[in-house]
Design a protein around this ligand. Structure first.
Ligand SMILES: C[S@@+](CC[C@H](N)C(=O)[O-])C[C@H]1O[C@@H](n2cnc3c(N)ncnc32)[C@H](O)[C@@H]1O
Length: 216
């Protein structure tokens, strides 16, 4: 990680007021739509959205999920997310402090999502985070992010080498499969933006995050 957690948190809290208005790139919007579409939670499932920011993914998924848990390190982004949930009358989403490697949630979860956030971690930290996600035992993990399908190009608008640390698609796929995820879809939005859709082996009854703690 090129900045500390506290530095990233402060950076995003400062930007929280203008964040949503700034997210108008075709690639960001396409990536967010793909993450939401591939997450496709069942009506009784819990979704955990990591690096939730102002809740773009969490709030979009709330109407179709049982419950959505949004986790982020930035108090300002979380405050904006809570305010948007209140304005929209959505009470099935809970936003709170949590990190990729310590999400502060250990209940059952059916689907984990993350959009445009994991690239702040180094590759070793991403591996640790993906291990933590695997331990939560979701049936599906959908990762939308800055990722390199080809050569990295810092002149593109999607990342800043001073603060960001995107991985190659190959590194992400190796890490995900090492942690027991099976790649079921790859969406290339841009040479530096994509969505990886992964699922776990095993019985669904061992994994489904069902509201109330039960299993199907
Ligand atoms: C570019 S925003 C993306 C927000 C949202 N997912 C979206 O699609 O609009 C990245 C978010 O990741 C959060 N973040 C950065 N490092 C994090 C970490 N280690 N754990 C959790 N969240 C983190 C930031 O605070 C910020 O809100």
């Amino acid at each position: 990680m090129k900045k500390t957690i506290a530095e990233h948190a402060e950076r995003f809290s400062e930007a929280a007021g203008t964040y949503d208005g700034d997210q108008d790139s075709e690639e960001y919007l396409a990536c967010a739509d793909l993450v939401v579409g591939h997450a496709a939670p069942d009506a009784d499932e819990v979704v955990l959205d990591l690096g939730t920011g102002t809740g773009a993914i969490a709030l979009a998924l709330a109407p179709s999920a049982g419950r959505v848990i949004g986790r982020d390190i930035s108090a300002g982004m979380l405050e904006a997310a809570r305010s948007k949930a209140a304005d929209a009358g959505i009470d099935t989403v809970e936003f709170g402090e949590g990190r990729f490697r310590d999400p502060g949630y250990d209940g059952q979860v059916g689907v984990v999502t993350s959009n445009f956030a994991m690239h702040h971690l180094s590759d070793d930290e991403k591996r640790e985070a993906i291990g933590v996600i695997a331990d939560l035992n979701p049936r599906r993990f959908v990762l939308g992010d800055v990722m390199f399908f080809g050569e990295s190009d810092p002149s593109e608008p999607f990342y800043d080498p001073a603060v960001d640390d995107p991985a190659t698609v190959g590194t992400l796929v190796d890490t995900l499969t090492d942690e027991g995820f099976v790649l079921v879809a790859v969406e290339r939005v841009h040479d530096q933006v994509g969505v990886l859709v992964t699922e776990r082996f095993g019985e669904r009854s061992e994994r489904a995050g069902v509201v109330g703690g039960g299993v199907e």
